[in-house]
Every structure is written in C-alpha cells, then in structure tokens.
Design a protein. Sequence first.
Length: 252
Amino acid sequence: MKPIWMGAAAAMTIATGTIATGTMQAQAQKASPEIAKALADPARADQQGDDARRKAAEVVAFSGLKPGNVVVDYLPGAGYWTRIFTGVVGPKGHVYAVWPAAGAKYATKSLPALQARGLANVTAEVQATNLPTSPKPVDVFWTAQNYHDIPNNGAGEPALRAFDTAVFRMLKRGGTYIVIDHADAPGSGMTGTETRHRIDPAAVKAQVQAAGFKFVGESTVLRNPADDHSKAVFDPEIRGKTDQFVYKFRKP
C-alpha cells in the first residue's frame, strides 16, 4: 500500500461476513436497501466497475453502517468509500473524509475533486493534526489498506498505540472500528509493513485490543488463499488480488 499519509457489481448483493461471539461463527448478512441504493447511484458510474472486486456491498454490510451514522473515512484516497458512505448514512448522517496534516500533499488532487462533488453530508479536509480527530463523537471509524503504514519509518508500536488510542477517543460508546488491510504471513508481525506493505492480522488484533477495543469479528470476503504473502502488494502478479482481512472492533 501507499505510505501512511496516502491513504465491488451488483447493487443488491448478498453480503457474507464472519461474526465472533467467543468463537468465530459465519453468518449471512444482507445488504440493506440503503447500501444497495448507494451502490446503484448513477453518480458512482465511474466507480461501479470496482465494486465486485472490492466486495463493497458485503464489506459495508459487515461494518453495520446505517442511516444517521457519523463515519470517518481515514486516508480516503480518491474517495471510493466516502462516495458510498454518503448514500448509506443519508441526510441525517455525516461522513468525514480526512487526511492527516503530514499527508497534505497526497490530498492535492483528491481533496478538491471530492469537494467539487458538493456532497452535502460530507466534510473532506486535511486535518491540522497527524492523529485523527473529529468535532463530535463518531459511530464508525474506517481505514482501508493504510493501517500497515502507521509503524513505518521507525515509528513502530508507539505510533500504533497513539493512533488506536485516538480512534478510541473519537468513537461513541459502542462505536465500531473497521480495519481492512493486506495480510502478511502468520507470525510475521510487522516485519513486512515497509517492504511488502502487509501486516500480520494477529498483530493488528493484538494492538487494537490493547487500546481497549473488543474484537467483534471478521469478514472473509476479501480473503485469497492463493496469495502466499511473499510478494509486495504492488507486484503485478498479485496486485488487486491480495489476501486481505476485514476486522471489526467495538468500543465497550
């Protein structure tokens, strides 16, 4: 994935996820009408070709995002998820699409393009701080393919602790923290975060739980057992097909 500061085709798709209640249990989750409508929005025509690959309906359904929610899309890139979230949360909800201060240069093109869409329930901005903040408590904090970058450049586990603690503070009690990232081999920890741009899912789970979160479950829709985790995510042989995990945590 890109450095830390950078941060799919049927609309009525049935979503499947994995819910953990002590032990992992697979349960079917149906995409809500709001998710289906958001994905089918003609304003997303330029994105919809990517929906099947990114399992958008399934992943958003797993997150539990619903109308009226306040959600943070952290390091939103070109705004793929933001433009889905805006339709899901609706006029009574809000989406914060944010880049950290140190990542301002990565928002140079994406930020004005997202702002130009005039989405009434979206605030897109470069924040004044490097750790995420929000003007009010949020229901869902979402980061996709960025978590592995946080400990890079020598920042290590202290940076992860600070980040997860900031997310914990932002969320309402019962709020949801979604982490999507490229999986590394079991037992690899954070050894591949800078070279292969991957992270061991177990390391993520341990780190986020250490910040006070409860692990709720995993959706396996982005898992790919054919990926042996040996290649960097930008390698042409695996790019766009990496083994990815989707973790859901909750603030008690």
